[in-house]
Design a protein around this ligand. Structure first.
Ligand SMILES: C[S@@+](CC[C@H](N)C(=O)[O-])C[C@H]1O[C@@H](n2cnc3c(N)ncnc32)[C@H](O)[C@@H]1O
Length: 272
C-alpha cells in the first residue's frame, strides 16, 4: 500500500499536497490554462458563463440559502460574485489553489472564505506517489479504490448547501492524465478509476442540498460545424430526474485543444 501521508497532508479539511507536488503534476499550469483559454475565446464562452451563474442564482433563491460552499471556484469566471456578496451571509470557496489575484480582489469581503484542498480527498497525492513508485509495480486501481474516500474529508463542508461548478470531470482527468505518464493502463481500467473518483464526488453532494453543474460530453466539429464524434466525460449515472438545464459551451473555436477540429462541450445542471 502506498503511503499518501506526508507533512503537507492533514486529515479532514486540508487534504492538500505541497505546492511542489501540485506544480510537478501540472495542476497549477492547468488552472492557468483555463484563464488563458478564456482570454482567447472571449465572447464564445459568454453564454456558458452566464448560464452557469444563472443556475447558481436560481438554486440559491429556490433554497433560500444563506450559506453556501462553492467547489472548484478557480478564477470565478462562472460564479455570480456580486450576487453572492450582496445576498449571502457566508460563502466558502474550495479549490486546489485560489489564484493570488482572486484572493486579493476579494480579501475585503469578510463573508467570503477560501479553503485550498484536494476535493478528491487525497487522490492527487496518491497519484503522485504511485508515479514515483512505478518500479515496484503497484496495483494502481486497488491502491486508488482503497484510498480514503472523499466523503470522509468533505462530510461537513461548513455550510448547509454545496455547489459543484464545472469540476466533476476535472477531478478524474487530472489524475488519470498523470498516471498515464507512468503506466500503460487499459481503457477499462481508466474508466473504473474515473468512475470511482466521480462517484466519490457525487457522494459529497448531499441530496436536496446540492447543485451540480458539469460538462458531460465533448463534441468534435468539422469546418462545416458538423459534429463528427462525441466523447463521454462522465462515467457514473447522473440523476436525470433532477436535471434542470443543459446547454452547449463553445469551448475551443481555434483548434488549440485538438488541432484537427473545434470542440464544444455539453453542459448539464442538476439540483440534487
Ligand atoms: C474547469 S475549472 C472550473 C471553472 C472555475 N470555476 C473558474 O472560473 O476558473 C476547474 C477548477 O477545479 C479545480 N480543481 C481541479 N481538481 C481539483 C481537486 N482535486 N480539488 C480541488 N479543486 C480542483 C481547478 O484548480 C480549477 O480551478
Amino acid at each position: 500500500m502506498v503511503n499518501i501521508a506526508n507533512k503537507d497532508t492533514h486529515t479532514f479539511y486540508n487534504f492538500l499536497p505541497s505546492n511542489r507536488v501540485l506544480r510537478k503534476m501540472g495542476l497549477f499550469s492547468d488552472q492557468d490554462g483555463i484563464l488563458r483559454r478564456y482570454l482567447n475565446e472571449g465572447r464564445n464562452w459568454q453564454s456558458h458563463l452566464e448560464n452557469t451563474k444563472q443556475v447558481i442564482v436560481d438554486f440559491i433563491e429556490q433554497k433560500s440559502a444563506k450559506e453556501i460552499s462553492i467547489l472548484g471556484s478557480g478564477w470565478m469566471l462562472d460564479i455570480p460574485i456580486r450576487y453572492l456578496a450582496d445576498t449571502m451571509d457566508k460563502v466558502i470557496f474550495y479549490d486546489l489553489r485560489h489564484p493570488r489575484g482572486i484572493r486579493d480582489k476579494y480579501a475585503r469581503y469578510s463573508k467570503f472564505h477560501f479553503i485550498e484542498m484536494d476535493l478528491t480527498g487525497g487522490l492527487i497525492q496518491l497519484a503522485y506517489s504511485l508515479g514515483r513508485e512505478r518500479k515496484k509495480k503497484p496495483d494502481v486501481v486497488s491502491e486508488i479504490e482503497s484510498a480514503i474516500p472523499a466523503t470522509k474529508n468533505l462530510s461537513e463542508p461548513g455550510t448547509d448547501f454545496i455547489i459543484s461548478v464545472n469540476l466533476l470531470n476535472q477531478l478524474d482527468i487530472l489524475i488519470v492524465d498523470y498516471l498515464k505518464r507512468f503506466y500503460t493502463l487499459d481503457e477499462e481500467i481508466l474508466v473504473r478509476i474515473r468512475k470511482y473518483i466521480q462517484l466519490n464526488h457525487l457522494n459529497i453532494l448531499r441530496p436536496k442540498h446540492s447543485c451540480l453543474i458539469t460538462d458531460v460530453s465533448e463534441m468534435h466539429l468539422n469546418d462545416k460545424d458538423e459534429v463528427t464524434d462525441t466523447l463521454p466525460l462522465v462515467f457514473c449515472n447522473l440523476p436525470a430526474g433532477s436535471q434542470v438545464r443543459e446547454w452547449v459551451w463553445k469551448f475551443d473555436t481555434q483548434k488549440t485543444y485538438h488541432s484537427a477540429c473545434t470542440t464544444n462541450l455539453l453542459v448539464k445542471a442538476f439540483y440534487l
